[in-house]
Write a protein that binds this ligand. Structure first.
Ligand code: GUN
Ligand code: ZN
Length: 467
């Protein structure tokens, strides 16, 4: 039996670029979303225009609530489930060594990892994160727990064990030999990629190859991962890592990487050009199924190369604030044509909720210096938190908006769950111009959503519940 969901619909229709998000914004105040038996969107439009064939369908009336596409978090760390707000580490490299590596090492205990997988999944449901690129644990039993719990809940996930073959003392428990790095990654692909349906094109579960970052691996690992990726690309396997996050002069991540590899750009290390002078040493890890987190301090050539290869950025402004990593230049990054999606980077960021990422993106980019400063359009905010995330995961054909024929991933927002949002929406002053009034409402919604506002979460038309 089809389901009819009633509420104020917002989504970004079609397949626009970020610069076209404004024109693609759909707002239907008295809207209806029809989901067929297969969990696919059959109708999205005015309630009053509901086709007669759905008159006898089950109606779920969420008014005066809102219906938004499910949030897509393109960068979040499973083994940092309990490490949000880690204090005492300072910026990135010290924070990793002092706080994060010891914290992630606790996942060596299978019971602890299992408990964390349950908690991680609960937090995702509470945040309405229907799809995510999840930076995984080094430990295969922890990844098994993550995939199992995600499958039980009915959420989407792309994840892979974090690969480390180099590092200091606190990284030792997370490191493996060169051989094991490849073997364990290949085993994970064989075990979990497309495992729920047997076909990656219809699956909710997917696997990524995840070198932690260039400083955590060797040139040999990068070469071997390039070979591995080349052999599994046609199976739709993903790649995920970090890029250009911390640029503290001399000792930060960007300079340390360039010094260690003697390359012209950090991106070269992921692009097969990891030998001194950026000479080619192996195969590229870039492509339409590759997401690189942060990209705060990219050179133009790096942005161009990402755009050219279809590699996406996961923009993580909360993490940038928390770790003092700076500000991704919004206008320059957009102008490069690279796809920009949104990531919490939990626990580098201290929020699970994609709308909080969108709110901090707004605040960060309006604060950029001079002509670089920009007031993000609420449609751009919604775009990076939904459709651009689906695009980053190369699954835009399946979800990300309410186009007919897409799998029905959506969240029901009930402002009554969050009195501050409810009061604001009910009493806000709105412009006389209907388009501006629409934008103001969407902005107010995205800025004001909290976990308490997320009443229901659906993936493929199925209600997702914790346990
Ligand atoms: N770079 C390498 N590892 C990490 C991590 O865990 N978090 C962040 N934010 N950056 C990283
Ligand atoms: Zn991260």
């Amino acid at each position: 039996m089809s389901q009819v969901h009633l509420g104020h619909v917002f989504h970004i229709a079609g397949s626009p670029l970020i610069t076209e998000a404004d024109a693609a914004l759909v707002s239907i105040a008295d809207g209806a979303l029809v989901i067929d038996d297969a969990g696919v969107i059959a109708f999205c439009g005015e309630r009053t225009a509901l086709p007669a064939e759905y008159e006898s369908a089950t109606v779920l009336d969420h008014r005066p609530g809102f219906l938004l596409p499910g949030f897509v978090d393109t960068h979040i760390h499973f083994p940092q489930t309990y490490a949000g707000d880690s204090y005492g580490g300072g910026q990135l490299l010290e924070w990793l060594n002092l706080c994060i590596f010891p914290s992630e090492s606790k996942f060596a205990d299978p019971d602890f990892a299992q408990q964390a997988a349950v908690e991680f999944t609960r937090r995702r449901i509470a945040a309405g994160t229907t799809a995510a690129m999840v930076f995984g644990s080094a430990f295969p039993h922890a990844q098994d727990a993550l995939f199992t719990e995600t499958q039980k809940a009915g959420l989407r996930v792309v994840s892979g064990r974090g690969i480390q073959t180099a590092g200091g003392e606190t990284a030792q428990p997370l490191m493996t030999s060169e051989e094991d790095a490849i073997r364990l990654t290949r085993d994970e692909i064989d075990k979990w990629h497309g495992a729920d349906t047997g076909n990656p094109d219809t699956a909710l579960l997917h696997v990524a190859i995840v070198p932690r970052f260039s400083l955590s691996v060797t040139t040999e690992t990068l070469k071997n991962l390039g070979e591995l990726y080349d052999s599994v690309r046609d199976r739709g396997v993903y790649v995920h890592s970090h890029l250009n996050e911390n640029n503290r002069p001399g000792t930060g991540e960007v300079d340390s990487t360039k010094q260690a590899y003697q390359v012209n750009s950090y991106l070269d290390t992921y692009d097969g050009k990891f030998l001194p002078g950026s000479q080619v040493g192996g195969k590229s890890l870039l492509g339409r199924k590759t997401i690189l987190a942060h990209c705060v301090h990219c050179q133009d050539v790096e942005l161009e190369r990402m755009a050219e290869t279809g590699t996406s950025i996961s923009h993580c402004p909360i993490s940038q604030l928390f770790l003092g990593s700076g500000t991704m230049p919004w206008k320059r990054t957009v102008a490069s044509g690279v796809n920009i999606s949104a990531g919490t980077d939990f626990g580098g960021g201290d929020e699970w909720l994609i709308p909080r990422v969108l709110g901090d993106a707004f605040k960060q980019h309006i604060t950029e210096d001079g002509a670089a400063g920009v007031s993000l359009h609420p449609a751009e905010m919604l775009f990076i938190g939904t459709l651009a995330g689906a695009r980053a995961l190369d699954m835009e054909n399946r979800f990300g908006n309410f186009d007919i024929g897409k799998e029905a991933d959506f969240v029901v927002i009930d402002p009554a769950g969050t009195p501050a949002l409810d009061g604001r929406l009910a009493n806000a002053v709105r412009a006389a111009d209907p388009e501006l009034a629409r934008d103001q409402t969407l902005f107010g919604l995205l800025m004001g959503i909290r976990e308490s506002s997320i009443a229901q979460v659906y993936v493929q038309g199925r209600l997702v519940t914790a346990d």
